[in-house]
Design a protein around this ligand. Structure first.
Ligand SMILES: [Zn+2]
Length: 255
């Protein structure tokens, strides 16, 4: 990256890195990065040594939530939630205009809320019926592959087919939206967010995703009709949102 920008590493004053895993509040090591096959990684220490600069390591969903909060769809709100819908499902929680991390740093693991514990699918975490097994990109692809009996189908293609009126594709998205709305309603009942932002590759489905999610959410929030379901939005910053968040986080750390 530095070569592309014709920059020397000595000009780097701060480095922010988002990781797809738990970032403990104490200690410098990342216990496990499942998708990268890494364990017990002293990431911050290694990067500080290499670049001699401030290094900030943040959970990627937290970084994305902060980016959206500072410059995207949830800008100007105090309490908001960003749900990342990609290979897996994660979230970043903003409370009182700050990232809420919890006691250990585990806040935001919305992908592992149980929504189908009786007849759901086995999740990577070992439980059955996690939200992630119903509305991640992998989950949508896997359902569609079974229904169409096609092995090369992507989630993007499912949305394209739904956009062209394909009823099977619409059904797959409806079902994913149902469980996603269920997960969102749990989060809203615990913390009354002003805005919920959907990010990650699946959020590019736009209204094909938003409309059913809002409709189901209206049912699930029937006891709290004050929550305006149009406050569920898609990301404004797209796949660069975590970069925006990391930029603001490292800038705030240095200044
Ligand atoms: Zn799980």
């Amino acid at each position: 990256m530095l070569e592309c920008q014709n920059q020397d590493k000595n000009n780097v004053i701060g480095l922010g890195i988002g990781v797809p895993g738990f970032v403990p509040l104490k200690g410098d090591r990342i216990p496990q990065l499942v998708n990268m096959g890494l364990e017990n990684v002293p990431l911050k220490f290694k990067l500080e040594q290499k670049f001699n600069a401030h290094v900030l390591v943040e959970n990627d969903a937290n970084a994305a939530a902060w980016g959206e909060h500072k410059a995207g769809a949830s800008q100007g709100t105090r309490d908001n939630l960003l749900i990342t819908l990609g290979t897996g499902v994660g979230s970043g929680v903003i409370v009182n205009e700050a990232i809420h991390r919890g006691n250990l740093g585990l806040t935001g693991e919305i992908g592992h809320i149980l929504v189908r514990p009786i007849d759901g699918k086995l999740c990577n975490c070992g439980k059955v019926g996690c939200l992630e097994t119903e509305c991640s990109g992998v989950a949508i692809e896997s359902k569609a592959k079974a229904l169409y009996d096609e092995h090369q189908l992507t989630a993007r293609e499912v949305f394209n087919r739904a956009d062209n009126g394909d009823e099977t594709a619409k059904r797959v998205i409806q079902e994913a939206s149902y469980y996603l709305a269920w997960g969102i309603s749990h989060a809203l009942h615990v913390l009354e967010f002003e805005v919920v932002v959907l990010g990650g590759g699946i959020s590019r489905g736009g209204n094909l995703l938003l409309q059913p999610v809002r409709a189901y959410l209206e049912d699930f929030m029937g006891d709290c009709p004050e929550f305006p379901t149009e406050k569920v939005l898609v990301s404004k910053l797209g796949n660069k949102v975590a970069l925006h968040g990391l930029y603001y986080l490292i800038y705030e750390k240095i200044n």
